[in-house]
Design a protein around this ligand. Structure first.
Ligand code: SF4
Ligand code: SF4
Length: 329
């Protein structure tokens, strides 16, 4: 998909109320166009849109829609194409009562294997831990969200070197399927996210995944075509990766392994996220290099002090426990 075509688009229900413009983080993505001479609509310019979906939540007139690969997925399945699924763990959380029958129905239509992306999330966590420990890396930005990655590429490119060079859970799961499970089928991601299409189509990802099938469009298709089958579930046992899609899930995974001494900032909400990226980018320009080095040294020193402090407290606690035991408390 070229950058000129947008995943998100405006339909004929638009009344030009401008609510989408108010929430859009991408300058120039929402533009006013004249329709039939005197009507005004706010359309989406794909050159600037990062597919964050904020306007879809804001538009109460149902005037924003999006493209994904659901129709092509079902057409290819009917045509006999061999397809396996990468299933986002949020599918079970969003559709607990339909989860089994929908997967069963897809199996009946010819889907081969169904691999949980929770396992990919475990691999992603391993990638972050490895990188942090190996390079003693500070100040990185995690990158499972393709809208955030696209925003950095287009609006704050000076932050590009801060992105962790670790794949998202979806891509880690895809690599695992190809390399370890030797799955050669086409892969469809059952996805909660419009922007995943940007990641799937990114040439750097070498065509590992072929379809972004969003929950919304999948379930609409399932309802319209009455797709249902005997209960079925996804493959591969998984652990903490299953909490990755929840707010702060990756942070909790890293805390679990490295302890809560590591500093992780959790930034949620579309508005806060993009503002934080802008402010961070500005600060990097404003701070002279010498000051930046001093700041970094001061931070590292304060961290060492905190770690030393934590160790001291630990020793003090053990002494207290030993003392209590001697006193018979
Ligand atoms: S797309 Fe929706 S929010 Fe934006 S101007 Fe049209 S009706 Fe308003
Ligand atoms: S999807 Fe996000 S970036 Fe694109 S027009 Fe809507 S609010 Fe703006």
């Amino acid at each position: 998909m070229s950058k000129l075509e947008s995943l998100v688009y405006t339909n004929e229900k638009c009344i030009g109320c401008n609510k989408c413009i108010n929430v859009c983080p991408a300058m120039g993505a929402c533009t006013s166009v004249d329709v039939d001479g005197n009507e005004r609509r706010i359309s989406v310019n794909g050159t600037y849109c990062v597919s964050c979906g904020a306007c879809m939540d804001a538009c109460v007139h149902g005037a924003r829609e999006f493209h994904d690969d659901t129709e092509r997925f079902f057409a290819d399945l009917k045509a006999g194409q061999k397809i396996s699924l990468l299933l986002a763990p949020a599918f079970l959380a969003n559709y607990p009562s339909q989860y089994g029958s929908v997967l069963g129905g897809l199996k009946q239509l010819g889907v081969n294997r169904i691999i949980s992306v929770s396992f990919g999330a475990n691999i992603t966590t391993w990638g972050y831990l490895n990188y942090i420990k190996k390079y003693n890396y500070l100040g990185g930005i995690s990158q499972p969200c393709p809208a955030v990655v696209r925003y950095i590429e287009d609006y704050t490119p000076d932050l590009l070197p801060k992105l962790f060079p670790v794949h998202s859970p979806m891509m880690c799961a895809a690599v695992y399927c190809r390399k370890e499970l030797k799955i050669t089928d086409r892969l469809a991601f059952i996805s909660p996210c419009i922007a995943k299409k940007l990641e799937i189509d990114d040439p750097n990802n070498e065509g590992l995944v072929q379809y972004n099938v969003t929950f919304d469009h999948l379930m609409q298709y399932v309802r319209e075509h009455r797709i249902s089958g005997p209960n079925c579930k996804d493959e591969i046992e998984y652990g903490l990766g299953s909490i990755c899609p929840t707010p702060g899930g990756l942070k909790e995974n890293v805390y679990w392994f490295l302890g809560e001494d590591v500093a992780i900032r959790q930034i949620e909400g579309k508005k806060r996220m993009y503002e934080w990226l802008q402010n961070n980018s500005k600060r990097r320009h404003e701070r002279p290099p010498l000051q930046a080095r001093r700041y970094r040294r001061a931070y590292q020193n304060s961290r060492k002090t905190r770690v030393r402090g934590a160790r001291e407290i630990g020793r003090w606690r053990s002494r207290r426990v030993a003392h209590g035991a001697r006193e018979g408390r």
